[in-house]
Design a protein. Sequence first.
Length: 231
Amino acid sequence: MSARRRRFGLTVEADAAITLHTPEGRSASDAADFVRAHRPWLVSKRALREQARPLSPSKRLIEGETFRYLGRTYRLAIVGDKSENDSVWLAAGRLIMGRELAEDTSRGRVALVDWYCRTGHAWVTERLQPWAARMSVPEPTVDVCDLGSRWGTYRSEENGQGPGRMSLGWPLFQLPMHLIDYVIAHELAHARIPGHDAHFWRLVRRALPEHKERRMELDDLGRRMWMGEII
């Protein structure tokens, strides 16, 4: 309730919860009437919020659990006869993890995230120069790390001289390569335009004409990716 508010208002929150904003002095029956009158709007908006809610799955460090890399699915194989027991690696179409890591879920998670960071960095390093050339921007320093729910960030040098730094979130490397390319193009565009105005999107479109389709695909597929939760 707000003393300054003159009208009722409804907000559908990111988690699909509904907040009713009520002016001071209005009755509960007035509020109920307002909600009933706006029920169709509420139903449609809540459905959209539900569709956009993250569906990030949890994972278990057990034999056969699936993990994605560059759009392909790999099953986890637990081994106990390797000296690289602190490592994770790909071999013969399987993602391999030492048994000691699998039994210590905290260490196992750290090892998996480190694997995505290392392999993702190696992959994007080979991919970056052609995109920078296509967009006529200096090739930035790149790192792969934990960015929370963000796919990427770009930071210019403080003095505005020289290449900036592009950071990519490790979960990005679960996605197909064409969606990683979209994120790379998006972040490189920030080397020239900081915000997301019309000039920014024109620059992205010149480099990637199908950017709208890829953005929609990223929004849909991205929320289904594993974000690091181990159970």
